[in-house]
Design a binder for this molecule. Sequence first.
Ligand code: ATP
Ligand code: MG
Length: 440
Amino acid sequence: MQTNDLERNSMDVLVVDDEHLSRKTLGLFVRKLGHRLLSAENGLQALKVWAEHAPRVVLTDWSMPEMDGAELCRRIRDREGGTYTYVIMVTARTDANDLVAGFEAGVDDYLTKPVRKEELYVRLKAAHRLLASREALRELSETLEKKVEERGQELAKAQHQLILAEKMSAIGQLAAGIAHELNNPINFVSLNFQVLEEHLPLILEVLTAHRRAALAPPGSDEQLDLLDRARRLDDESSLDLISSEVSSIFQQSRDGFQRVTAILNSVRDFSRTDSREAFVFSDLNKGIRDTLVVAKHAYKSHADIVLELGDIPHVECISGQINQVFLNLIVNASQALAETGRSGKGMIRIQTRRDGEHVICAITNNGPVIPEDVRDCLFNPFFTTKQPGRGTGLGLSISHDIVVRKHGGRLTFTSDENDGTTFRIVLPIRRGVESEVRHE
Ligand SMILES: Nc1ncnc2c1ncn2[C@@H]1O[C@H](COP(=O)(O)OP(=O)(O)OP(=O)(O)O)[C@@H](O)[C@H]1O
Ligand SMILES: [Mg+2]
């Protein structure tokens, strides 16, 4: 509404003067110049009117009983919010010190007594100009703030989507790997099934011939013929061979089914979608074993795994997320080994142990040393040294967020020629344990 006032070139102007005549004259000028008039006899009264009507301009006398113009201005400055009040001091004083004191109190402009209408016109015009540009600036900064906030939200959304996309692509790769792992046992079960399927009709035929021979009159030609046929079928179908293989066929198939079940159990325990956000005391050693099953396809051609899992207590954590961290670190280690271009396989050693109120898990590989100049960026989102399409650079930043922010733990690394590269996860056994973490 006040902005509209400014647009119409007319403003609410509060005239403050303890002298009746001066107040009247000034008020008359204000009206004649097309503005709306409010008036007060002293500083205190003026403050009340100002609080109630929020005039855009205050024209105030300097010397007044109870509260002078400078004090009135100071109080207005203390109390005004987003809408600025333009204060013009009407005074007979021309001493430079007084002028400075007035400006320090927050006065915007001066008019000397006696006031001429033309001069008031010019000063009010200047006031209008300044108020209008302040208003425009305020609107601009509000629009800008809104824009910045919108951009921030868009960015957060984009980042969230990227993280989801990263998870989806990781899940996609894992799914392909798991499908491959399941393929082997399912293949030999299916081959064994084919063998049984091919031979079963022959076995049944031999069996039928024997049964019919048994039912024929003993010693009759018919019985001899049937027995003869049964023997021939027996030879043709290499029944001896089949019966010697049957038990191994069943044994192999049983192994295959067990392997499939073990993989599926690991996949289920690895992702634990039912308790994704819940803190539960969990067996990290089992988490590591499950992760190794799930990620096998990613590391098996680049690394031999050395497991040195210590006797550690269950740790209060969101197990699905900690497994995600194990996975990221194991995949990173295996990718680092793949990059060495050496002929044989490298080694990934996974160790767990207890350290006071914490459990430490160290994942080491004997791949290339991490160069000094990238060490500070490793945990930054989107930092990657991998080919486009191979890495999004989110693995370590997500892992850091899970270990440090969500679990109150630490995720650090060391890398040198002799000991290889080790990523170390330190997790409090119970939530909220802030005790000192000792280092090896
Ligand atoms: N074990 C390691 N040895 C050497 N360098 C590593 C190792 N782990 C991580 N890095 C370096 O840190 C970078 C960031 O790792 P991060 O897991 O965050 O992303 P990424 O593996 O490149 O991509 P993403 O995990 O999203 O697929 C890697 O590109 C690599 O340069
Ligand atoms: Mg990674």
